[in-house]
Design a protein around this ligand. Structure first.
Ligand code: CDP
Length: 240
């Protein structure tokens, strides 16, 4: 939501990229793409491109971070310098620290951390091309990578944003909509229980619009969930 404008982002019910308000961008998910990680995933979502790699469970370092009765999930979100228009300074910044933290919290809700006292499960999410919605893309990819690594989980977590542009509630904002829209609401859920494990809101929505945005993002998450399961089926021949 860098700046709202009068820019026409929807004409006759059609968005600039040709989608209807309730349509997702195209999503492609491939599980098990990295030889050097215990589990991995590559995800394309519109023009977003993300890799996720999982390592562990392993002994947690530094030791003062260990929990005597459970594992911790150490998720790390980074954007490559070439992932955005203006070269991004490499390394951690406030935004990636925030996204890493909320992703760790979300994964600790589904990973059976109680089975691995004092351990750490490392989840690395690397955005190689960014066109809005990368936190959702990264969390979705990392969920598949966790499953690919065989980490015991209650469920996977799909994540998808909805928002508001030109006073219309829409699913899955693209770059222009993210830049010039009125609201952005990333959501991640546990599909089997409907629990919300991540909810953020940038911008303003009325209570009715909020309800609509939650419904749209939830349906987007359920669509993604199917694609995540298909990606694992493709890798494991339907036994995942
Ligand atoms: O990517 P996401 O929508 O989860 O997060 P955001 O903070 O709302 O960023 C929206 C978009 O802004 C990103 O997907 C990138 O395309 C862009 N961005 C950028 O160009 N340079 C940055 N340092 C951070 C974000």
């Amino acid at each position: 939501m860098a700046g709202q404008t009068d820019m026409k982002l929807i004409k006759n019910g059609v968005r600039l990229d040709g989608r209807k308000p309730d349509e997702l961008r195209e999503v492609k998910i491939v599980a098990g793409v990295l030889d050097n990680a215990d589990g991995s995933c590559y995800l394309e979502w519109g023009n977003n491109k993300v890799y996720a790699g999982v390592f562990g469970p392993m002994e947690c370092h530094p030791r003062h971070k260990q929990k005597a009765d459970r594992a911790i999930v150490q998720a790390r979100y980074t954007m490559a310098p070439f992932s955005v228009n203006d070269r991004k300074r490499p390394g951690y910044d406030r935004r990636s620290t925030e996204i890493s933290y909320i992703a760790s919290q979300a994964f600790e809700r589904v990973v059976m951390v109680e089975e691995f006292p004092k351990a750490s499960i490392r989840v690395d999410m690397q955005v190689v091309e960014a066109h809005a919605g990368t936190r959702c893309a990264a969390i979705t990819a990392a969920s598949v990578a966790l499953a690919d690594a065989g980490i015991p989980m209650r469920d996977m977590i799909p994540a998808c944003a909805s928002g508001k542009v030109n006073d219309v509630v829409v699913l899955d904002l693209n770059k222009e909509e993210d830049n010039y829209g009125q609201a952005d609401l990333p959501l991640a859920i546990i599909p089997s229980t409907g629990e919300v494990v991540l909810l953020q809101l940038d911008g303003h929505l009325t209570p009715d619009e909020f309800e609509q945005a939650m419904d749209l993002a939830t349906s987007g998450c359920m669509d993604l969930y199917e694609k995540m399961r298909n990606a694992l089926d493709n890798r494991y021949g339907g036994s995942a």
